[in-house]
Design a binder for this molecule. Structure first.
Ligand SMILES: CC(C)(COP(=O)(O)OP(=O)(O)OC[C@H]1O[C@@H](n2cnc3c(N)ncnc32)[C@H](O)[C@@H]1OP(=O)(O)O)[C@@H](O)C(=O)NCCC(=O)NCCS
Length: 195
């Protein structure tokens, strides 16, 4: 197997340890797993905004159908972070027209949305554990291209993705961003990683 860059070498290691989902982030023991929709939704609420709450029934249905996945980070019984991957474009999620949002949810690609770690626990490695888990999970489904948007001005988030091997593909102002410029980042894995 030819490994082309550090991101793929890291991923190979992560797949090798999957499904071991416990990580240590700066001394905090963190468990990473797919959201249990039946029991954990109330614990996730503090990490929601109004739009998230509005879209939650649709997201739940998409997750049930295997078209989306929510992964959470737990410290004890507290949910301290979350990440959502979308594998197929579903109209009920209310996406506004955008070529990248659509491309990342078609052709077997994955769109990463809402990576978020609880304020006060940032900078301890929890975001990396969540992003790794989403990539491993997508890769095990056969995804080789992951995409996401992040605000051009979020220099911390941009540094984080770039350090994790994501490439800046373009910067623009999609219709849904109310004028803010958004960066499109992609992580491309080679077919060989799936074998
Ligand atoms: C971006 C985010 C998910 C990273 O999670 P995290 O657990 O803080 O990340 P890690 O500890 O694994 O990595 C730390 C890196 O995240 C970045 N970062 C971004 N915002 C940060 C913050 N508020 N505090 C600390 N690190 C932050 C930094 O690049 C940092 O790297 P550095 O130590 O070299 O500066 C998290 O900071 C967050 O929830 N931010 C608000 C929501 C957001 O911007 N999400 C991404 C938009 S797509």
């Amino acid at each position: 197997m030819e490994l082309t860059d550090r991101a793929e070498q890291n991923l190979q290691t992560k797949i090798a340890i999957c499904p071991e989902n416990v990580g240590i982030a700066h001394g905090i023991s963190i468990v990473i797993h797919a959201l249990d929709w039946k029991t954990e939704l109330p614990a996730l609420d503090p990490l929601f905004d109004d739009r998230d709450r509005q879209r939650m029934p649709a997201l739940k249905q998409c997750a049930r159908d295997g078209d989306a996945e929510v992964i959470v980070a737990k410290a004890g019984d507290r949910i301290v972070g979350r990440i959502t991957s979308h594998y197929r474009l579903r109209n009920e999620m209310g996406w506004l027209p955008d070529a990248n949002t659509e491309r990342f949810q078609s052709q077997g690609n994955a769109y990463i949305e809402t990576l978020m770690v609880q304020d006060g626990l940032r900078g301890k490695g929890i975001g990396k554990l969540l992003l790794d888990a989403a990539i491993v999970s997508g890769t095990l489904r056969g995804v080789t291209l992951f995409g996401l948007h992040t605000d051009e001005n979020k220099s911390g988030a941009r540094r984080f993705y770039e350090r994790e091997g994501w490439k800046l593909e373009s910067i623009g102002a999609p219709v849904w961003s109310s004028g803010s410029r958004m960066c499109v980042y992609t992580l491309e894995l080679h077919e060989s990683i799936k074998r």
